[in-house]
Design a binder for this molecule. Structure first.
Ligand code: SAH
Ligand code: SF4
Length: 372
């Protein structure tokens, strides 16, 4: 069977190369060609011995995900839909900003958590992505963007696991993929610039702190268990008090000295000044010092949710309660609105998986001069 080299982290590639009778440094060279240079053809890997290149041609390939669609927003945001087989598709979104390029990637096809305000949650769970499928989103986007922007410099400086899926419910693949992102022989991203976003899988937060501490964002969305039970069903298993304790424990390992709480602003549901005041007591009660930030996300509506975006005045008033209490609070700018690339709209197109191909053929599709 042909091996896909994108499935390996460096240690995995070393072990695989050793089975071919090749030394560790050969695996490192190969790894750099794949991830740093985006090479696909073994003949392009000019510093590998010809005999090794021949061996590789017989047993391996570098095979990215199938790009089904690319949409470019007027604000420069680019969204890709990748096919992952059997009618499943996942999305990644590139968000260019001054001085940085952020890639938002997916960890699962669908999601089992089922948050009320999330299109992916409404879609249900299909399957976990493999580590290779997670890394392939970064590999493709980085090397596509270098071609597209005609640069040899690194384009993606930040990765956020905020696409489809709950990353901490796909733990082993997540950690392997994070290791590739952080590896200096691959993307060399800083731990502070790689963020795992979770709805609060408490035991896995502890393990992540030990195995691969990166920046952490926690999707809070409510100050009380009764409200959070309804919005984020996982809260029934790991209620807010346990989640807060897990956040405190994570801080001992985190590369940053704060945790970001994400809070989706839902009109008439969780967006009053009283809710904000409850949040202040919640986080001040947990620790005396400034250990968290809030990122308020204007809800991105989709019809099946029956929910609405809080009006701007309410978001501003809510933010003021938090800021006045000394909590750093930002309101997320909505990017890529015109291409449905905003949070929680991901894969809104693929609710009915059997319908994917038909829908896609109807939509504006840019055929890529892709690297895979
Ligand atoms: N499963 C993880 C990561 C993916 S969701 C998590 O829940 O954290 C990434 C972020 O998008 C989360 O904060 C999530 O709450 C938010 N989100 C989901 N649906 C949204 C929507 N319709 N509008 C705005 N934000 C949404
Ligand atoms: Fe899953 Fe996150 Fe969506 Fe909740 S918000 S359903 S955890 S992807």
């Amino acid at each position: 069977m042909t091996t896909n080299l994108l499935d390996y982290d460096l240690e995995g590639l070393v072990a695989w190369c050793e089975r071919l009778g090749e030394k560790r440094f050969r695996a490192t060279q190969l790894f750099r060609w794949i991830h740093q240079k985006g090479a696909i053809q073994f003949d392009d890997m000019t510093d590998l011995a010809k005999s090794l290149r021949e061996k590789l041609k017989g047993s391996a390939h570098v095979l990215g995900l199938k790009v089904i669609q690319q949409h470019t927003s007027s604000d420069g945001t680019i969204k890709w839909l990748f096919g992952v087989g059997e009618g499943d598709a996942v999305e990644a979104v590139f968000i260019p900003e001054d001085g940085r390029g952020t890639l938002c990637i997916s960890s699962q096809a669908g999601c089992a958590v089922g948050c009320r305000f999330c299109a992916t949650g409404h879609q249900g769970f299909s399957r976990n992505l493999s580590a290779g499928e997670i890394v392939s989103q970064l590999w493709f986007a980085e090397h596509f963007l270098r071609q597209y922007l005609a640069t040899d410099d690194r384009v993606i400086s930040n990765v956020v696991m905020m696409g489809m899926g709950e990353p901490l419910q796909n733990y082993a693949a997540l950690v392997q993929a994070l290791k590739v992102m952080l590896d200096d022989h691959a993307y060399g991203l800083s731990r502070r610039r790689v963020t795992v976003s979770t709805s609060g899988v408490v035991p896995m937060m502890d393990r992540l702190g030990l195995d691969c501490p990166v920046a952490l964002a926690v999707s809070l969305h409510a100050p009380t268990d009764s409200l959070r039970d309804d919005l984020v069903p996982l809260n029934r298993k790991y209620p807010i008090a346990e989640l807060m304790d897990a956040c405190q424990r994570y801080l001992a390992f985190a590369p940053r000295d704060f945790i970001t709480f994400e809070y989706c602003m839902l009109d008439g549901v969780n967006d009053t000044p009283a809710h904000a005041a409850q949040l202040v007591s919640l986080v001040n009660g947990t620790s005396g010092r400034a250990w968290c930030k809030f990122n308020l996300i204007p809800f991105n509506p989709f019809p099946a949710s029956g929910l609405f975006r809080s009006p701007n005045e309410k978001v501003v008033a809510f933010a003021k309660v938090l800021s006045d209490a000394g909590i750093v609070t930002t309101v997320r700018k909505t990017r890529g609105d015109d291409i449905d690339a905003a949070c929680g709209q991901l894969a809104g197109d693929v609710n009915d998986r059997t319908d994917v191909v038909r829908r896609i053929s109807k939509q504006r599709t840019i055929v890529l001069k892709s690297v895979n």
